[in-house]
Structure formats: structure tokens, C-alpha cells
Design a protein around this ligand. Structure first.
Ligand SMILES: Cc1cc2nc3c(=O)[nH]c(=O)nc-3n(C[C@H](O)[C@H](O)[C@H](O)COP(=O)(O)OP(=O)(O)OC[C@H]3O[C@@H](n4cnc5c(N)ncnc54)[C@H](O)[C@@H]3O)c2cc1C
Ligand code: SF4
Length: 496
């Protein structure tokens, strides 16, 4: 146990975020440095529970009490070994995960949970800085070839595991750079891309091959892959957007965009690219429809681009700041959160509007959006019934939709593969994702599924967990056995 009295003697502490007026002038990550001594104190709060519920909360089964103890004792080097034992990319989850482990931490029952995520990120950042993270190429080659389609966290985790198991792995990515949503969805201020590039260099040195700007299903067919490779892992994500407002008058005015049309272009500018079709918020009144994390990413991006105002609208009522009986410990609660982007809203909390529906997009003579007509609603019990007398206009020169995602894109690759399945009607599940069995295999033999493409838009930690588990299944399929760990045993795996 890290320190029997750690949780009694020390309060939870996190690094401060840089001042808003400073950080919105750059795109760098928002947190200040956290001295190692204070981090070791945070790790000492862990009680090394007999039943560590944090494990249960983490889809990767991270060995949290073990590395808390090691960090408290100053053995950071062993800490990274234990961390890498269950997680290929702790620098991504340590920055970006909503930390279901902390929601499940036993200390959280009547106190503040252990700062697990901060301990995680400090371990991996120190490991990189000390040169402890090095390529781990396989001892021998198996002669089997595996194609991975998609280079988000699921594809990268599967590729790294399979390469280390000795298979020849080629990752196909239709974008011009590797990384999936880590690269072109998540903005620089949440995770600087140098962390991704450093990990990709390690993967290349281990032998993983990356082919960018290849749209599988168009440039290379599904039949090419199943002919040329011994196994295929589908990890193409699920970025087909919901468009709940498609029937609203004025929806097709210029200046109304999906978040995933807006964010990737902004991210490309941060890569140093010239982006002729950039959608810029500079000088504009911006309205972000959708109160979730993608919406928050749009807010932080618009503020940094120099928007005149940014308003974030959410249909649901404002959630509670505390657990209600709907979300008892150790479930992950839907709570009111103040992300860094929310602190940056020019008008503060008043620019986050809850319980409001968009009725119409109003345009000017050039066909550009100029305002939204909105109304307050009661709900969801009353089916978002409008509140009489609350209709009003909000000025808007740029609108982004962050309304969630409907599943994977089917055209091309997936439609082709469905025709190869023994039962084409069962290739997709009832929710429109690619169906897979308990060994992560789709309806086409030898074609496996990992990440959002199989479970719908989810979290990075789930994508890595599925990538690791699918890799173990592929390895067993190819060689008849596997030494690769399974992050989520198929029986315990939630497909929700
Ligand atoms: C804006 C945004 C912010 C988010 N922020 C967070 C966060 O902070 N924390 C968190 O945990 N989760 C976050 N998420 C969710 C998280 O990013 C995803 O759950 C995760 O990236 C899924 O990983 P994946 O590997 O399954 O797919 P993706 O990351 O979507 O990667 C799929 C890749 O496959 C490629 N591809 C698709 N089809 C083809 C094809 N036919 N040929 C070649 N390539 C193809 C795509 O171009 C893409 O690069 C966010 C999502 C969005 C949209
Ligand atoms: S549940 Fe919390 S206190 Fe218990 S072992 Fe996990 S991190 Fe430590």
C-alpha cells in the first residue's frame, strides 16, 4: 500500500490550468507542470483496496494500485512497465480519458477520488523524457501478413500488438496523416500532436508500416485485402454524423457545418498546412449546437481562432453537479463538467445554454446564416415541450453541429465486405455498426473488428482495449495460440 495514511493526510490536488487570457493566444495544452514530489503525494492517497474498483472501471484493466504504490516509492521506471503492461498509449488516455477509473475509485465514496489519470500521464511523460520508452521489435517473424484499416487508437493498438507478435502489419489510412480522431478530431490544446508523432516513430522502428492517403474500398478494394493478407482488422471509426436538425428550415444555409467538417481543418492548420477551405471563426458569432465533448472542442477552437462570441446550446437540462440516485457509485455519472474550453467562453457560464431547441436557421440575402431562432424546452420527460413566450433569436455567422455520431460510413469498403459475408443481412448489427462475434471476427472469415466501427462512437480507452483484444484474437486465428493479453475478456465485454 502506498501510504496507510496518505488519503487522510493529503487532499486531492491537480495541476492548475494556465490562465485563460494566456492560453487562448496559443494552441498548447492547458495544464501547468506538476512537480514530482506533489504527484508522489497524490499517488500515496491510494488505499490499495482489497477489491480495487478502479480496475473494474477501466476498460483496459489498468493495474492502478500497483503503479500508485511504485510512484509513491519513487520507482517510476517499474511504474511505466506496469502501465505499459495493459495500455499501449498511456500518453493518450492520461490526457484525454474521462477516467471511469476515478468515478469507480473507492475513495470517491465519501471523499475525492485518487488523481489516477494525472499519475498515469506523469508516469508516461517521465518515461519518454528519461528515454525508457524504446522500440520493442519482435524476436522472430511469423511470415503472416495483416492489414489494419484505419489508424485511430483502435487500429494503432491492434497494429502495435500484432507487430510485436511477429506479424507483418500494414496500416491503411485514407487521411494524409496517421492518427484518426487523435490527429484530426481532438484539438492541439487537449493533446499536442508531438505525443502522437513520438509514438508513431516507435511503431515504425518496431516494423509497423503505414500507408496514408489510401481509401480502402476505393483505392484498394476489400477483395484486394482479403486476397493479399492473412487477416484484416477493420478499425475505421464511426464518424457518420447525426443530423437531428436536417428538417429545420434554413439547415442548408452557408455557414452551417458539422463539427467534423470544422475541427479537422482547424487541426490541419496546427500541423503547419495551408488549408484553403479552412472554416474560420475569426470575428464571427459562433453557435455550437451540442453540449458534449465534441461541442467543447468546437468552443475552444473557435475561441482560439478569434470568434466575436461563442454560444453552446444543449437540448437537455443542465445536469447535476453531484451524483444522484440515478448514478450511484461506482457507475460513471453524467455530471455538470467545466472543461477547459468552457472556462474560455467569452461570456462565461451564461454562454452555455441548457434546455433549448433550435427551430430555424435564418439567412441573409447572400444565403449565409445570420441567426438561429430558438426556444426553451422542458424535458426530456415532456418530450422537450416548448416553453411559451421564450422564442428568440441568437446571432450566428457560423454554426457547428456536435450532435453525436450515427455509426460507421458504409459506402465502399463495408458494403463490399457485407456482400462477402455468409449472411450479408447480419454483417451490420441492429445499431448499424459492424457486427462481430466473441473473438472480434466479423461475418467475413479472417476479417476482425475493433473500436468505434464495432461499438459506435465511444472513447479512446475502449478503442485501445478493443484493439489489443482483437489483436490477440487475430494472433490466435493465425497461429492457433497467443501470448498477447486480452484487455476485455469477451464474456465480460460490454457491447453497449
Ligand atoms: C471531436 C472529438 C473529440 C473527442 N474527444 C475525446 C476525448 O477527449 N476522449 C475520449 O476518450 N474520446 C474522445 N472522442 C472519441 C474518440 O476519439 C473515439 O472513440 C476514438 O478515436 C475511436 O477510435 P477508432 O480507432 O475506433 O476510430 P477513429 O479514431 O475514428 O479512427 C478511424 C480512422 O479510420 C480511417 N478510415 C475510415 N475508413 C477508412 C477506409 N475505408 N480506408 C482507410 N482509412 C479509413 C479514418 O480516416 C480514421 O482516421 C472524441 C471524438 C470526437 C469526434
Ligand atoms: S479504488 Fe481508488 S483507492 Fe482503491 S485501489 Fe483503486 S485507485 Fe486506489
Amino acid at each position: 500500500m502506498a501510504d496507510p495514511k496518505g488519503f487522510l493526510n493529503h487532499d486531492r490536488e491537480l495541476p492548475r490550468r494556465r490562465p485563460v487570457d494566456v492560453r487562448i493566444r496559443d494552441w498548447r495544452e492547458v495544464y501547468e507542470e506538476f512537480p514530482p514530489a506533489r504527484l508522489e503525494r497524490q499517488a500515496s492517497r491510494c488505499m490499495d483496496c482489497g477489491i480495487p474498483f478502479c480496475h473494474n472501471g477501466c476498460p483496459l484493466g489498468n493495474l492502478i494500485p500497483e503503479w500508485n504504490d511504485l510512484v509513491h516509492r519513487g520507482d517510476w521506471r517499474e511504474g511505466i512497465e506496469r502501465l505499459h503492461a495493459t495500455n499501449n498509449f498511456p500518453e493518450f488516455t492520461g490526457r484525454l480519458c474521462p477516467a471511469p477509473c476515478e468515478a469507480a475509485c473507492v475513495l470517491g465514496i465519501n471523499s475525492d477520488p485518487v488523481a489516477i489519470k494525472r499519475v498515469e500521464v506523469e508516469i508516461i511523460d517521465r518515461a519518454w523524457a528519461e528515454g525508457w520508452v524504446t522500440p520493442r521489435p519482435p524476436a522472430k517473424a511469423t511470415g503472416h501478413r495483416v492489414a489494419v484499416v484505419g489508424s485511430g487508437p483502435a487500429g494503432l493498438a491492434a497494429a502495435q500488438q500484432l507487430t510485436r507478435a511477429g506479424h507483418e502489419v500494414v496500416v491503411y489510412e485514407r487521411a494524409d496523416r496517421i492518427g484518426g480522431l487523435l490527429r484530426y478530431g481532438i484539438p492541439e490544446f487537449k493533446m499536442e500532436k508531438r505525443h502522437l508523432d513520438r509514438r508513431l516513430a516507435q511503431m515504425r522502428a518496431e516494423g509497423t508500416e503505414f500507408r496514408t492517403s489510401v481509401n480502402v474500398g476505393v483505392d484498394v478494394t476489400a477483395a484486394d485485402l482479403t486476397r493479399d493478407y492473412d487477416a484484416v482488422v477493420l478499425a475505421g471509426g464511426a464518424t457518420r454524423p447525426n443530423d437531428f436538425l436536417r428538417g429545420a428550415p434554413g439547415r442548408h444555409l452557408a455557414g452551417v457545418h458539422q463539427a467534423m467538417d470544422y475541427l479537422p481543418r482547424a487541426n490541419k492548420v496546427q500541423e503547419g498546412d495551408h488549408v484553403p477551405d479552412l472554416i474560420s471563426a475569426a470575428g464571427k458569432h459562433v453557435v455550437v449546437i451540442g453540449g458534449g465533448d465534441t461541442g467543447a472542442d468546437c468552443v475552444g477552437t473557435a475561441v482560439r481562432q478569434g470568434a466575436a462570441s461563442v454560444t453552446q446550446l444543449e437540448l437537455l437540462p443542465r445536469p447535476s453537479a453531484f451524483r444522484s440516485k440515478e448514478y450511484p457509485w461506482p457507475t460513471y455519472p453524467m455530471l455538470f463538467k467545466v472543461e477547459s474550453a468552457h472556462e474560455e467562453l467569452l461570456g462565461g457560464e451564461r454562454d452555455r445554454v441548457y434546455g433549448v431547441n433550435t427551430l430555424e436557421f435564418l439567412g441573409d440575402e447572400q444565403g449565409r446564416v445570420r441567426a438561429l431562432r430558438v426556444v426553451d424546452v422542458r424535458g426530456p420527460e415532456t418530450r422537450f415541450e416548448p416553453v411559451p413566450g421564450t422564442e428568440r433569436e441568437i446571432p450566428a455567422d457560423l454554426v457547428t453541429f456536435a450532435l453525436g455520431f450515427a455509426g460507421p460510413e458504409r459506402e465502399g469498403l463495408l458494403e463490399d465486405l457485407a456482400t462477402q459475408a455468409a449472411d450479408p443481412d447480419s454483417f451490420f448489427d441492429a445499431r448499424g455498426n459492424v457486427a462481430r462475434d466473441k473473438s472480434y471476427m466479423s461475418g467475413v472469415p479472417g476479417v476482425f473488428v475493433a473500436g468505434d466501427i464495432g461499438r459506435g462512437q465511444s472513447l479512446i480507452v475502449w478503442a485501445i482495449a478493443e484493439g489489443r483484444s482483437a489483436a490477440a484474437a487475430v494472433d490466435r486465428h493465425l497461429t492457433g495460440h497467443t501470448a498477447l493479453p486480452v484487455a476485455i475478456p469477451p464474456t465480460a465485454r460490454s457491447l453497449a
